[in-house]
Design a protein. Structure first.
Length: 318
């Protein structure tokens, strides 16, 4: 029997895989090895530690019938330099992962980092700055209030942590354009070399790919982040017991989450349903309906929040 602490640790490992893109369980197949894999991860959880935050109430669904079976997890990647979470960084990756165990669907929504959101008592700031000023709680609260999103919990990992997790998985495979290949090669100071086509990226290269915007813009960068997420989902299908155990050993200490034990346990045991899923994707706000205005700290991206809220609702729940 897995006690509550072990559930927390085991699920945290799966949750950080969501942050990298496995949607809380693409790594577990519905086959004879499923129980063995869970047991392998449980054995790692015996001695591992996890970054825990106090459990807090989550947003209440506005229409329970609309979202039956759906869990919305906010994935946050930050640029802080240390992995002990003492140094608040910016939330340069803000990605909502919506999973529905009944329909076996995964939906990803990227939020453009410069989107203006209100910060009480200060004015509008970039979404990316909310983590620096109020951590994952302020980021979650900002999205919930601005766009009416029912966020069930968050998963946070630093960029260094993301890179380590990709390495623990054995890297991911992504198609690179000629421009992307050249840029990633340059950003790695030619320690690795890539050309146009299907490429195998280790943690360092995957991080450079996900942060790349100098060849185009932030809108293309969030698409790359979703491409990487799908690549990890695809890679997760191939992991076996040894790979799962290695991934858990690396990932557990790096994850920071406020998901409840009940939510985490639910994700664990519904995990096999998501093996091989092709995620649906969207970016918020709609690039064709934005403007720029002056916020509390400079220019921010404006959008019609009511319009975006409806876009999100239709995308998530139909």
């Amino acid at each position: 029997m897995i006690n509550s602490l072990k559930i927390k640790k085991l699920a945290a490992a799966l949750a950080v895989c969501v942050a990298a893109g496995t949607a809380a369980g693409a790594v577990i197949h519905e086959d004879a090895e499923a129980q063995a894999r869970l047991a392998a991860m449980e054995s790692v959880a015996e001695t591992a530690s996890v970054q825990e935050t106090p459990e807090k109430p989550v947003a209440t669904a506005k229409n329970v019938d609309d979202i039956k079976g759906t869990v919305n997890i906010l994935l946050i990647g930050t640029d802080e330099k240390r992995t002990d979470y003492d140094d608040q960084g910016r939330g340069d990756v803000t990605l909502l992962c919506s999973v529905n165990a009944e329909n076996k669907t995964v939906k990803l929504i990227s939020f453009e980092r410069s989107t203006g959101v209100p910060w009480a008592g200060h004015g509008d700031i970039m979404l990316t700055s909310t983590y620096a000023y109020g951590g994952a709680e302020l980021t979650t609260e900002s999205l919930s209030k601005c766009f009416g999103i029912d966020v069930d919990g968050y998963v946070h990992v630093t960029f260094e942590g993301f890179s380590a997790i990709i390495d623990a998985m054995g890297g991911i495979d992504i198609y690179l354009t000629a421009e992307e290949a050249q840029a990633v090669t340059e950003d790695l100071w030619y320690e690795q070399s890539f050309t146009e086509g299907d490429c195998h990226l280790d943690g360092a290269a995957a991080l450079r790919y996900c942060r790349l915007r100098r060849i185009d813009d932030n809108w293309h960068r969030v698409q790359r982040q979703r491409n990487a997420t799908q690549a990890v989902i695809n890679k997760g299908k191939t992991l076996r017991i040894a790979g799962i155990k290695k991934l858990a050993e690396v990932a557990i200490p790096l994850v920071d989450t406020n998901l409840s034990k009940k939510q985490l346990a639910s994700l664990i045991f519904s995990a096999p349903k998501f093996a091989g899923v092709q995620a649906e994707q969207m970016t918020v706000p709609d690039r064709d309906r934005v403007w720029v205005y002056e916020g509390a700290e400079g220019s921010v991206t404006g959008c019609d929040r009511a319009y975006e809220s409806e876009r999100i609702r239709q995308f998530l729940y139909g």
